[in-house]
Design a protein around this ligand. Sequence first.
Ligand code: SF4
Length: 495
Amino acid sequence: MADRTEQFGAREGTEGIVRCDACPVLCRIRPGRAGACHRYANEGGRLVRTDPLVLLTRTVEAAEPVVPFLEGAEEWAGELAPREQVFVTAIGAGTTYPDYKPAPFIVSARHEGVDTVTVVTEGIFSYCGLKAKIDTDRHLGPEAAPVRHEGEQIGHVTTAEYGSQMLSLGGVRHLTGGSKREGQVTCAALLALCRKEAIEVEIEGGARLVLQAGAAPIVNGVRESRMRVGCGSAAIGIFAQQWHGHVDEVVVLDDHITGVLTEHQAGKCLGMRPSGLRVRGRRSTPGRYFQVAHPGAGWGGTDITDPLSVIEGFDPKQAWPGMRVLMTSTTGEDALWFELDEALRPVPRPMPEAVARTVARIGENCEPAMTSILFMAGAGGSLRAGVTENPILLTRRVQQGEVRVTMGGAPCYLWPGGGITIMADVLRIPDNAFGHVPTPALVAPIEFTMRADLYAALGGHVEHALPLAELLARHAAESESAPWPAANPWPEAPR
Ligand code: SF4
């Protein structure tokens, strides 16, 4: 590991103690010990970063007319092939505090004939959180209900999306605005989720969940398998033609919009005879009903376990004995077939094969349920001073699309409006990219890539720029190469 004492620390006294100043905690670290975050350690009186600097490499196809990105690679030690492209991520790069110091690495390189600069730093994010998208139609808890982890509130339930329940986790209020324990527990929960680990959370008045990026959510001990095909009305629209001729009526039960086929526009277009089936709830438009039941863990995200209980009755002027009715949930996991007897009472019967196939088709059209974790943070604050002496210029050029922002090489979505507010899928960010400091705050990699002339125009710390080949040679012992994730676009400097 390379000595970072000059960059991030200072030797103190005669006992070999090193003071780390890479974050506001300012740890005094004894020889052989690590700092509070375990990211820095004292190795024989030298401050070292305990994780390697992560380099991502990809081999350029010979047929691709690309000027080698790694200029001078032939002269360099030869560990990398000349046609290999290298991107220096901020993973393991270290942080600077206070931020007016230049970022740990400012890398100059030539790519496709263009001189570029990538500014690389591990940002300390007090303003950060996660958006968790949980593919399930099961009711997880009321909107705005607190989400707790180890007894502390770390977030809340936010607006549901199409087929997914959403949680907002972390954020500056939970990190800094509550008790010390709330901040620590929130930070630990965010870190675990960013590291693609599983955590358990409990929603007040709702479900107990196990969440892990890229894995199916576990709701009250049951692993979710299907993401619904759509709301009840959408399911009616999608499958109406396949039901036509096999059924007299279909009810698709859903917590938000329950569909009734013959009344729905889809049934009308097919010329279906009105069935006279009346469901409970508030009629929105023909064949579309709101609030047929309470939210819950039953059919279609409702609290219904007996589907017949949502039927108010049958209009004797329209319904007829022998009428065949399918009731199903939006995932096809729950379904019931019944026929009306002479007194127009529903009598459950075995489902005909042709109808069972349509229910199976609903299931076939459901995607696998998954938990998605998006990291969201404001990179606007003082972190920008490590890039340029005039931070507003960086903000403007990022907003104008002239500076590419990545996290461990992974693409970021940039929110419109002020600041540099970014969002990235943790599954696209390499492993071991996230850390924390006990302030508490999350540490995450961030890279800014741009043309070299633009970097100079921004008032960048150009005197600290290090040619890529030199950086690789100088930091070979403390760096580690990994293959470029094929799903991520290569972060070229915007033209
Ligand atoms: S918490 Fe980590 S980064 Fe902060 S001063 Fe201590 S060792 Fe350095």
